[in-house]
Write a protein that binds this ligand. Sequence first.
Ligand SMILES: *[C@@H]1O[C@H](CO)[C@@H](O)[C@H](O)[C@H]1NC(C)=O
Ligand SMILES: *[C@@H]1O[C@H](CO)[C@@H](O)[C@H](O)[C@H]1NC(C)=O
Ligand SMILES: *[C@@H]1O[C@H](CO)[C@@H](O)[C@H](O)[C@H]1NC(C)=O
Ligand SMILES: *[C@@H]1O[C@H](CO)[C@@H](O)[C@H](O)[C@H]1NC(C)=O
Ligand SMILES: CC(=O)N[C@H]1CO[C@H](CO)[C@@H](O)[C@@H]1O
Ligand code: SF4
Length: 463
Amino acid sequence: MVHTGFNIIIKALFLFRAFARQNPDLNPSSVVGFSPFLGALLATIHYCLVAPKFRRESNDSIDQIQEATMSEEESSSNSGSDESMSEDERREAPKNDFSSIWDLPDVPKGQLPPHLTRQKTRVFCKADAPTHTDNVQYSGAYASIGVDNSLQIDFFRKNFRVEVIKLDKDVMEFDMIGIDAAIANAFRRILISEVPTMAIEKVLIANNTSLVQDEVLAHRLGLIPISADPRLFEYLSANDTPNEKNTIVFKLHVHCKRGEPRRSVYSEELQWLPNGSGFAKESERSDAKSSTYTSFNCSQDSVPEFSNNPIRPTDDKIILAKLGPGQEIELEAHAVKGMGKAHAKWSPVGTAWYRMLPEVVLEENVVGEDAEELKRKCPVNVFDIEDMGNGKKRATVARPRACTLCRECIRGEKWEKRVSLLRVKDHFIFTIESTGQLPPEVLFTEAVKILEDKCQRVIDELS
Ligand SMILES: *[C@@H]1O[C@H](CO)[C@@H](O)[C@H](O)[C@H]1NC(C)=O
Ligand SMILES: *[C@@H]1O[C@H](CO)[C@@H](O)[C@H](O)[C@H]1NC(C)=O
Ligand SMILES: *[C@@H]1O[C@H](CO)[C@@H](O)[C@H](O)[C@H]1NC(C)=O
Ligand SMILES: *[C@@H]1O[C@H](CO)[C@@H](O)[C@H](O)[C@H]1NC(C)=O
Ligand SMILES: CC(=O)N[C@H]1CO[C@H](CO)[C@@H](O)[C@@H]1O
Ligand code: SF4
């Protein structure tokens, strides 16, 4: 009975290996995944019973078995042209039941075979769709082949790096290597929607005879980036009175006299009022002394950060409205601190995005006319031609980073086999495009702090 049961299991193992041979792209964990029991069983048998037994038996005849497996491979690939192999060779090949399974190269215990390593660390960009896009995170994903897939913090520490590629006033491009897509994406989302800035929220319109409606004008004003460090301000909550710590006041009073040509109103004409609002608030109580819409205790330009660096819009030439002869706009704009998740006007970035590092691999040598063709196919010149001497040419991958993944080079049956387009799953080319309130490198460090706070909150809640 035991023997029969064992036979069935061995057969299942055969089947699985045969299947794996047919589909070299197959990830055993994905097959075994649907049935953890079967997976565990196969793994146990592989490591406890079959593998050591096989190794022991084959120790003294390892060459023989290698020969056997090689000839077996040949015969399967040359099926139909059997005469290429002599009868002698065929007879010599020992009739070993295991040879059909064990012809895959032996992988040292605790390591993934190369094709699985590739599936785990790369996204494959095929002609019709990408494959292996998921991150293999489950710690037991490769348990069936004895590989520990759990997160190793030391490994992360050693491997994580950031390399700044480009940095100027508004744009930063850097490589973030050795991090999970989820965390890279967290940074992207925090940058877009959770790093605070100052933006105009309330507009008091005293006079507007221009063609632009009040609400449209107020909306346009809201979208103007204001260069004031938001870290020096507080949030204005519903019950707060606007004061010098939470509000920035701008005045706009523009007029186009009769007889003059039409004119544009630019953002540079917004005038900062460090003493707060100049508009008197109507109050129900007649005894109240005239107060304004803000109550500043001191002038904002007495703050050292602002005294020689007046607050103003980051760009001078943003058109706010156009005035015809005889038209006038008089208003006051109050900027407060906020986050991009409430309104995009508070987003500190034009955008923040990442792409995974492209990897272009030539699976075989592409020579001669084909090399020229490959070079011509790529619109961004990823490939180069290497002169091999005596007039021979070979295609090389010279600038994989420039690859836009247009898939032009794998168009056509033969090319898809020759060129592999891969993306490195844990290498992110991150670009931050600041709107000018804060330099992009500061934005990123702010984003890191925000993520840290979030983690701390979770830890505090749990403990
Ligand atoms: C198996 O082979 C290795 C190296 O060829 C040798 O060191 C070892 O002693 C052998 N084991 C047995 C059981 O023959
Ligand atoms: C702000 O108020 C102070 C005194 O309260 C005054 O000296 C200063 O000139 C005012 N600043 C502006 C820009 O009006
Ligand atoms: C402004 O001054 C008043 C009275 O002196 C004080 O109660 C209030 O806290 C001050 N506000 C700020 C923001 O310093
Ligand atoms: C508004 O502007 C128009 C055009 O300049 C002017 O005639 C009018 O008196 C202004 N109204 C107020 C309340 O300032
Ligand atoms: C076009 C427009 O919205 N005009 C307004 C400008 O502001 C004055 C004063 O508040 C309003 O009376 C107008 O309707
Ligand atoms: S995918 Fe497009 S950009 Fe990338 S190597 Fe191929 S042809 Fe060039």
